[in-house]
Design a protein around this ligand. Structure first.
Ligand code: ADP
Ligand code: MG
Length: 485
């Protein structure tokens, strides 16, 4: 299969915008309320009601468009997409068909986390604004389907790519990046489980070397990156088998069965003309001025890429550490909060990627918001280690766990109580150094003649001889002084 067919995938990603109210009505857009509590007459499309556009939704769409290098269409209007379904109270969805708010962008993705950065460019065809539909539940009641209209009218952007993906891994890298971006931009919480970020994958195969696109199916409703990958991988195999048997692919909308790991036919794919699109007559066209775009640009939060650049170039972190720290915006902001109290950038990074991260990883769903130690206290801990009073491994293994339970106490006091303070006054260490140097006169000579690597040997000997826990930093400093006398 790998040699015979080329996989072609295009993605449609819906992101719920984090606005207070809905896109055309004042009802709350918050997730989690009891069913049908957040439904106004406007959302229901009662006669005599009129929609009013939520300006914040426009600002968010422009923000996302700029982040993925799109051109912003300055003339905007909405269209009605007509279809009948119980969770669509008006009988049509207000969307943008003819003139989407953002067009022709691109996003560079990093497949399999390679460190070189840019790896593949995915072209964005368009981003348009639309309203979400309600939610139907079919498995809660034996006789009835249940409808919750709280979600009806929640603002969405739909981000549509060109059919540029050639593997499920590329798709995963893209969606992970989009999720990170919407979170950094503050336009969407990116929660796939709750459905704030949803993807439809259009999948087709063609013979290697063919230029014409193959017939596609569209898979809907994958609620995690893992399931998105499973669904695509299954669908690719299914299509390959059909093609191998000389059959054709039916253009279809398919669902994903999480339990079985298979896709199944939902309905035959509807075409644009089935929807009878026409311009929404109840909303005025919207013009977006250059000044407005400039304002959105000026208020854009920094993206992970910008932070990575700052951390590697200004703070001297490794690309790997910078990437780990910026993985989530909250984690990066905590790192920056530590840096308000200390300039030990690298030491702070080591604490973030080491002890702090492993603490968070101990429990599913634990994130930096649940971290009990204030940034200022972390800075105090980092400085304590830097001063040489406690060495790093003792601080990480013994002091840090205690500080987690008593986050308000001074790290230094705790270290004293726990008897972790390095009891090596300079005299004791100096004594040891002298002993070791006296035992190895030829090595000292070699060192002075340029074999600087021997410093490591001396350090090893000193550490071996010592019974206390001399701070390596202090010891090294004293050793250097002796050697360079
Ligand atoms: P629709 O809205 O009817 O699903 P679009 O033309 O807007 O159709 O395309 C939706 C998505 O499907 C886009 O991401 C596009 O790149 C992708 N796509 C279109 N044709 C194919 C194909 N043959 N194989 C894979 N993806 C495709
Ligand atoms: Mg589609």
């Amino acid at each position: 299969m790998q040699d015979k067919y080329e996989i072609v995938i295009g993605l449609e990603t819906h992101a719920q915008l984090q606005t207070q109210s809905k896109i055309f009505a004042p009802d709350s857009a918050a997730f989690g309320a009891a069913p049908n509590e957040q439904v106004s007459y406007i959302t229901l499309g009662h006669p005599g009601t009129l929609p009013v556009i939520n300006e914040q939704a426009i600002a968010y769409a422009v923000r996302m468009g700029l982040a993925v290098n799109c051109h912003i269409n300055q003339l905007n209007f909405f269209d009605r997409k007509n279809y009948f379904y119980a969770d669509l109270p008006k009988g049509y969805q207000v969307t943008q068909d003819a003139q989407p708010i953002c067009v022709k962008g691109h996003l560079d993705i990093d497949v399999n986390g390679t460190e070189q950065g840019v790896n593949k460019r995915i072209r964005i065809n368009r981003i348009h604004l639309e309203e979400d539909a309600g939610k139907s539940t079919h498995d809660q009641d034996a006789k009835y389907s249940l409808i919750d209209l709280n979600r009806a009218g929640v603002p969405l952007i739909e981000i549509v790519t060109e059919p540029d993906f050639r593997s499920s891994d590329e798709v995963i890298a893209y969606v992970a990046k989009i999720r990170q971006m919407v979170q950094y931009l503050g336009v969407c919480d990116g929660n796939m489980q709750e459905g704030s970020l949803r993807c439809d994958a259009n999948v087709s195969l063609r013979l290697k070397g063919a230029t014409k696109l193959g017939q596609r199916t569209e898979i809907k409703n994958m609620n995690s990156l893992r399931n998105l990958k499973r669904a695509i991988d299954y669908e690719v195999k299914r299509q390959a088998k059909l093609l191998d048997a000389g059959e054709t692919i039916t253009m279809q909308t398919r669902g994903f069965d999480e339990e079985k790991g298979t896709t199944f036919a939902l309905r035959s794919k509807e075409m644009a003309h089935d929807y009878r699109y026409f311009p929404e007559p109840d909303l005025q066209p919207i013009t977006i001025s250059d000044a407005y775009i400039a304002e959105v640009k000026a208020n854009m939060p920094a993206l992970a890429e910008t932070l990575i650049q700052k951390y590697t170039q200004t703070y001297g972190l490794s690309a790997y550490d910078a990437k780990v720290i910026t993985d989530s915006q909250k984690f990066a902001l905590y790192y920056e909060a530590i840096l308000e109290h200390t300039q030990l950038y690298k030491a702070a990074a080591n604490w973030m990627t080491g002890p702090v991260k492993s603490y968070l990883n101990q429990e599913e769903g634990r994130n930096i918001n649940h971290f009990p130690i204030a940034a200022k206290q972390m800075a105090a801990l980092i400085q304590l280690v830097d001063s040489g009073k406690v060495n790093f491994s003792l601080a990480a293994q013994k002091l840090f766990p205690v500080l987690l339970t008593k986050p308000k106490e001074s790290p230094e006091k705790l270290a004293q109580n726990l008897n972790l303070i390095t009891h090596a006054d300079d005299a004791v260490i100096s004594q040891l150094i002298e002993e070791v140097l006296a035992q190895n006169p030829d090595k000292v000579k070699a060192y002075k003649n340029g074999k600087k690597g021997l410093a490591g040997f001396f350090m090893g000997q000193i550490m071996r001889l010592s019974k206390t826990k001399p701070d390596p930093k202090l010891t090294n400093k004293l050793l250097q002084e002796k050697l360079n006398q």
